[in-house]
Structures are given as structure tokens and as C-alpha cells.
Design a protein around this ligand. Structure first.
Ligand code: NAI
Ligand code: MG
Length: 363
């Protein structure tokens, strides 16, 4: 079976990191008969320069038709003044919207070699492997009404609205439970049912979904603020965390910093399973942006992008052994003391983007 990947390298360090993944794709095809077919498009500033849009309709159609999108990063000072609806970020927003990518997966894995450089005590993060599943297309970032009104007495009123329907909570919790089954089989759901109606419904629907469809998965609940504390106090108590858009935005950034630098963090965004094939639409991308301050120097850390490709193999193609091996290769390479500038520490060897990619491939 062919496996269709659509590559959108984007701007800044996006193409530099993607080049390392392209090497890995070629390697997997040649030595493991992986059968990856790749096509490539433009997104962000690169697409704006070429077509005057943050992603062209033709590339959008390819993203919709492929098995998985690999996305680099978009943006940069060059496009600071372009109109709002064609700014580089609009490309990513359109992909998320048109592909209905409602589930954002943010793993926080601590590579042993980097445990000592965490902002927490090494024993708190050593061996850490948690997965935050954030609802990405609903909640207070999108709910209506969303307004600023002049009250006429020198005061203004800003309104954002948190809205969640049953189906939205059901589908995000189903993703969390499914993923838990491939891990340690535990889900912790976080909301604020003590002060928010959406938290009450969230709790109710997650509980019902577990009962009806995932009785084998262990479910617990935590208020989201307490969850934030627990994430920093003893993160290893968690396996999968499922939460809404707003809390997930914050909690996933907190979890990210337990384990290291932006240059290390992968992510995935998944849509609903296709009615016929059961396959989910999917986009894989590093958490970091286009890093204009280091772009073009060949010093960017490619690990976030490479680890995103590992997630792609794991979640879009069920290539579990291959994903495990790629992640192990990242750990081995770090164990050898190879570091890009952003994660450099004493006694280690500083390498370029390409050298890091080659070392991981060799491992
Ligand atoms: P950024 O993530 O691009 O960079 C923040 C800092 O981390 C910089 O000092 C950068 O050099 C460093 N850094 C990031 N990734 C790195 C890597 N792989 N290796 C080594 N160092 C790395 O965030 P920033 O500076 O806030 O935004 C820069 C541009 O990227 C902006 O135009 C922003 O809108 C865009 N952006 C795009 C995102 C995306 O495409 N998903 C996400 C975040 C920002
Ligand atoms: Mg955030």
C-alpha cells in the first residue's frame, strides 16, 4: 500500500528541519520498503510570495487528499505587514479548519540525556512520557458572541464565549481513550466544573463515553488549575490528559517546558475517522515557529520535526516499531553528547542541523 505524505516546509527554519525528515523518508523507503510517496507544496510566507495567499487552493486540495501532512513552520518579519487574512499563520489556520483537526496531541517526553537540564529536578522528569490531548476547534477561542462593546460611560465590555456541544466532547475524549489503549491505559480529564457549565458537561460526557465505549481504560478527573499544579509537582502520575482548547493551550505549554527546549517538541493534529476507511486526517508539526533569528544558518534543531515524523508513522500508518526505533535513535544520539546550539551544554559536541539529522539516521 502506498503512503501519501504531503510536505509543507513553510518559512524560516521550516525547510531546514524538513530537509532532515526528507532524508529519513528516503531512507525508510530504500531500507524498510516503507512505500512513502511524497508531494510538496507552499505554505505561509512562501505561498504568499508565490500566489498572494497563505496556502493555494491547489495545495489545500492536496492536503485534504493525502494520508498525512508534514508541516514545518510559517511566518517571519518579511511578512509582518501583509493583510491579516493572507498572513502566514492563516495557512495553518485554514489547514486546521478545512481538515477539521479537532484533536491536538502534545507529547511531553523526557530524553534521559536532557533530564539534568530541565527546569525541574531530574528525578521529577526522568523517564517522563505523557500525552496531552487538547480540543482544538471549539471552546472560548471560537464561541459566539465574541465582542467588544462600548458601554457609553467610558467603559467597554469584552465578551468571549465558551461553547461545547456533546459531540465535540465525545469525539475528543474518544481520541484520548483510543490513544491511552496504546499506552498505559489511563486518562485524566481536566476542566473547571466547579465554576463553569462547560466543565459540568465536559465531565459528564467524558464519563459517559468511557462507560459506553472504553470501560477498559482507567479514567480520573481533576480541576484544571489543580492539574497545572500536579503537572509541575509530579508529572509522572499522568499518562494521557484530555482537556479543552483554552486549558489545553496552557497546560501543554507548561508540560512542554518540563522536558526541554522548543526545538525538541513535536505535535500532531487529528480529525475525525473517515466513514469508509476509518483513517483520520492528520497534520504533524513541530511546536516551534520559523525562528527567523537563526534561519539560514544551518544551526536549527531538527529533532522537533523528526519527532513529528515519528508521530506520523505511529498514528497515521500504525508503524509502531519504526516510530519506536526513530525515537530511540533520537535518545541514542543525545546520549552520545551531540547537541544543536539551542540544547548545548558543557562537555557536549555542538553540531549543525544536517549533522544532527545524519547522526539520528545512522543511529
Ligand atoms: P519561534 O518558535 O520561531 O522561536 C522562539 C525562539 O526559540 C527563538 O529564539 C528561536 O531561535 C528558538 N527556536 C525555535 N525553534 C528552534 C529550533 N528548532 N532550533 C533552535 N532554536 C529554535 O517563535 P517566535 O520567535 O515567537 O516566532 C517566530 C515566527 O514564527 C513568527 O513569525 C511567528 O508568528 C511564527 N510562529 C509560527 C508557528 C507555526 O508555524 N506553527 C508557531 C509559533 C510561531
Ligand atoms: Mg500556546
Amino acid at each position: 500500500a502506498s503512503r501519501n505524505l504531503f510536505l509543507l516546509p513553510g518559512d524560516g527554519i521550516g525547510p531546514e528541519a524538513m530537509a532532515e525528515v526528507r532524508k529519513l523518508i528516503a531512507y525508510m523507503n530504500e531500507h524498510h520498503g516503507a512505500g512513502f510517496q511524497t508531494d510538496e507544496g507552499l505554505v505561509g510566507g512562501a505561498a504568499y510570495d508565490a500566489h498572494g495567499a497563505a496556502i493555494s487552493d491547489a495545495d489545500m486540495a492536496k492536503a485534504m487528499a493525502c494520508d498525512a501532512v508534514l508541516f514545518g513552520a510559517v511566518g517571519g518579519p518579511k511578512w509582518d505587514a501583509v493583510p491579516y487574512d493572507v498572513r502566514p499563520e492563516a495557512g495553518l489556520l485554514r489547514l486546521r479548519k478545512d481538515m477539521e483537526l479537532f484533536a491536538n496531541l502534545r507529547p511531553a517526553i523526557c530524553y534521559p540525556a536532557l533530564a539534568a537540564s530541565s527546569s525541574l529536578k531530574p528525578e521529577v522528569v526522568e523517564g517522563l512520557d505523557i500525552l496531552i490531548v487538547r480540543e482544538l476547534t471549539g471552546g472560548v477561542y471560537f464561541g459566539e458572541p465574541k465582542t467588544i462593546t462600548d458601554l457609553g460611560n467610558g467603559q467597554k465590555r469584552a465578551v468571549d464565549t465558551q461553547v461545547y456541544d456533546t459531540y465535540e466532547i465525545e469525539r475528543i475524549s474518544a481520541v484520548a481513550f483510543e490513544l491511552a489503549r496504546t499506552r498505559r491505559n489511563e486518562v485524566c480529564s481536566m476542566e473547571k466544573r466547579n465554576v463553569m457549565k462547560s466543565g459540568v458537561l465536559w465531565n459528564e460526557v467524558v464519563t459517559a463515553t468511557q462507560k459506553a465505549r472504553f470501560p477498559d481504560v482507567k479514567l480520573s478527573h481533576m480541576l484544571a488549575d489543580a492539574g497545572g499544579m500536579q503537572l509541575v509537582r509530579w508529572p509522572k502520575q499522568f499518562d494521557v490528559i484530555v482537556t479543552d482548547n483554552l486549558f489545553g493551550d496552557m497546560l501543554s505549554d507548561v508540560a512542554a517546558m518540563l522536558t526541554g527546549s522548543l526545538g525538541m517538541l513535536p505535535s500532531a493534529s487529528l480529525g475525525a475517522p473517515d466513514g469508509k476507511t476509518g483513517k483520520r486526517k492528520a497534520l504533524y508539526e513541530p511546536v516551534h515557529g520559523s525562528a527567523p533569528d537563526i534561519a539560514g544558518k544551518g544551526i536549527a534543531n531538527p529533532i522537533a520535526m523528526i519527532a513529528s515524523f515519528a508521530m506520523c508513522m505511529r498514528y497515521s500508518f500504525n508503524m509502531v516499531a519504526e516510530a519506536d526505533r526513530l525515537e530511540a535513535a533520537i535518545a541514542t544520539t543525545l546520549d552520545k553528547g551531540l547537541r544543536t546550539g539551542d540544547i548545548m551544554s558543557e562537555g557536549c559536541t555542538e553540531v549543525s542541523t544536517g549533522e544532527m539529522g545524519d547522526a539520528i539516521m545512522k543511529a
